[in-house]
Design a protein around this ligand. Structure first.
Ligand code: HEC
Ligand code: HEC
Length: 374
């Protein structure tokens, strides 16, 4: 499989050389300087040509000085892979945060996300804003020596041998999968926003990462002048999910990061009426909306009730019947056809499941006090 990926990538590289006839050095230089202004530029064939390593760090695999590392406070569960993420803005540009829930990124913005198992990088994903405003998506698969990564085929790689990954195999998503998650809501950039980068971090959410020194956040971006026009009230108080308890806060954050990019009020699945994104412009409103869109809400999905019969209507969160809640059933399902999220996951996130279960139970316990609040 590895051989096939590399052969495919080499073939494309060969075609590129035939069409454009650049020397190797020129390819690197072109992608470093002109990608932002020329949308038709083909995707770089190697990660080292995407600009991650700056002008001269490519051979040493040292991330460029103008490339900022970041860690979203609510990470996506990806079968336990460890991740690193970076952003690079073109010199002299800034992010427009006037809509605090959907930042506008300058043309030429690039973001990367590396996935590793057992201390070895496997895949580095890349998104870039083009001159016409569209975003493009690509991913690069690392060689076994860890010296460089090659552009993966558009269809992804279904089962890449990867020591440390569950079952020793790793699924590289297709570009359609990238768009399925990244273009399903108000902004294609999912982990780099006001809530995710708030200095007021949730310490309890499953798989929370403590950002190492030097990782950027909301305050740092503003201080550097890289983030402007943030509404004054959001700038004054670090954003935080509006919830009545620590468990509810983490649960809403977990759904925000793992489900909200598909289940929200603006994207292609809006008609499903399941709203799992949290807003910083209206934090209490979005938290109430999430709860109201799940609790006691009739589910289209037929829950598997085993021998308990099929009399009661299936509900996303079934009041008083945690184990009948399709939200939990879909998260815990052993079947790929019914498991949520529907892609990017092959093993159930036990800690995430436990958190959502606890949230629902707590709510049952306190429902006489809380009425319809999360
Ligand atoms: C199952 C949904 C899903 C799929 C499929 C997916 N992503 Fe993401 N991606 C996310 C989420 C959620 C985040 C933010 C949370 C995090 O990083 O843990 C993210 C973060 C990123 C980031 C960091 C910038 C950002 O948006 O926060 C990059 C770069 C990225 N993804 C690229 C890709 C590419 C390229 C593909 C396809 C090869 C892809 N992703 C497939 C959900 C997905
Ligand atoms: C990549 C997009 C995507 C992500 C991410 C995603 N879902 Fe879904 N979800 C769907 C689609 C599409 C459907 C409708 C088809 C189906 O039922 O399989 C659905 C259906 C559901 C249903 C059934 C709704 C009903 O009316 O019966 C539940 C419950 C659900 N999702 C929960 C979740 C949870 C919880 C998460 C996060 C842990 C999540 N989903 C993440 C796309 C997604």
């Amino acid at each position: 499989m590895v051989v096939r990926v590399q052969a495919g990538a080499l073939l494309v590289l060969l075609l590129l050389v035939v069409v454009a006839s650049p020397a190797r050095g020129e390819v690197t230089e072109r992608s470093a300087t002109t990608v932002a202004t020329a949308p038709e530029t083909p995707l770089p064939q190697r990660l080292s040509e995407t600009g991650l390593y700056g002008a001269d760090g490519a051979s040493a695999r040292v991330v460029g000085a103008d490339t900022l590392p970041f860690s979203p406070q609510y990470p996506l569960w990806s079968d336990g892979a460890s991740k690193r993420r970076w952003i690079r803005l073109p010199p002299g540009t800034f992010i427009d945060a006037s809509d605090p829930d959907a930042w506008r990124f300058p043309v030429g913005t690039r973001l990367w996300k590396e996935f590793a198992h057992a201390g070895r990088p496997i895949e580095t994903r890349f998104i870039e804003r083009l001159a016409d405003g569209r975003w493009r998506f690509a991913t690069y698969v690392w060689n076994l020596q860890g010296t460089d990564a090659l552009l993966a085929p558009e269809r992804g790689v279904r089962a890449l041998p990867a020591p440390g990954a569950p079952g020793g195999l790793y699924a590289v998503p297709s570009r359609a999968d990238c768009r399925g998650c990244h273009e399903g809501g108000p902004t294609p950039v999912l982990g780099f926003g006001a809530l995710q980068l708030s200095p007021d971090r949730d310490p309890q959410v499953p798989h929370a990462e403590t950002p190492p020194p030097g990782h950027t956040d909301l305050a740092d971006l503003q201080a550097r002048g890289l983030l402007r026009l943030l509404p004054p009230d959001v700038a004054r108080t670090p954003p935080r999910i509006a919830a009545g308890s620590a468990v509810a806060r983490s649960a809403l954050g977990y759904l925000h990061a793992n489900c909200g990019h598909c289940h929200n009020d603006t994207g292609p699945l809006a008609a499903m009426d399941m709203a799992m994104l949290q807003s910083v412009a209206d934090a209490p409103g979005s938290a109430r909306r999430t709860w109201a869109s799940l609790y006691g809400k009739t589910s289209r999905f037929r829950a598997d009730r085993g021998d308990r019969g099929d009399d009661a209507e299936a509900q996303c969160i079934a009041p008083g019947r945690v184990d009948d809640s399709t939200l939990l059933q879909r998260m815990a399902s052993p079947h790929v056809m019914s498991r949520m999220p529907p892609m990017g996951v092959s093993i159930v996130d036990v800690a995430g499941l436990q958190l959502i279960r606890q949230w629902i139970l707590d709510h049952e316990h306190l429902s006489h006090l809380k009425e319809n609040a999360p």
